[in-house]
Design a binder for this molecule. Structure first.
Ligand SMILES: [Zn+2]
Length: 135
């Protein structure tokens, strides 16, 4: 996975707010890696990153690198704006669903169930964010 700059035709991502629970996530994104939180207590992944597992309330959570592969669970294309864009829920192969942007694709060819892979985009701030593109 690599970080590639937006082409002029693509909408810039807004920088996310970072905090102690998600800083490692955004630091990894800057390196082109997608991290997920995994709970040693119940064996499940969760998203958004949290220090305490939302499934079993264990504090025994750890970062694991995602393969960055998934399928589109749902999506919406925003067209009545100066720079059209697509947002989606992507169900990762690890079992969590992430809200994200879809980039480098023909919005008319997107489909629920389509395979996608993670790519990384700069924001209008310092952070880099994961986005997805058709696999
Ligand atoms: Zn748990």
């Amino acid at each position: 996975m690599t970080t590639t700059p937006d082409t002029p035709a693509q909408r810039a991502f807004t920088a996310p707010g970072t905090n102690i629970e998600n800083q490692a996530y955004f630091d990894a994104a800057r390196e082109g890696r997608l991290l997920l939180k995994h709970c040693a207590g119940c064996g499940q992944y969760h998203f958004y990153p949290r220090a305490i597992c939302p499934h079993c309330f264990s504090e025994d959570t750890h970062w694991k690198e995602s393969a960055g592969q998934g399928t589109i669970y749902s999506f919406s294309v925003m067209r009545r704006v100066p720079q059209p864009y697509a947002i989606a829920y992507v169900a990762l192969d690890e079992g969590v669903t992430v809200m994200t942007g879809l980039v480098d694709c023909d919005f008319d060819q997107l489909a629920i169930g389509q395979r996608v892979r993670a790519v990384f985009r700069p924001t209008d701030g310092e952070a880099t964010v994961p986005a997805f593109t058709p696999a």
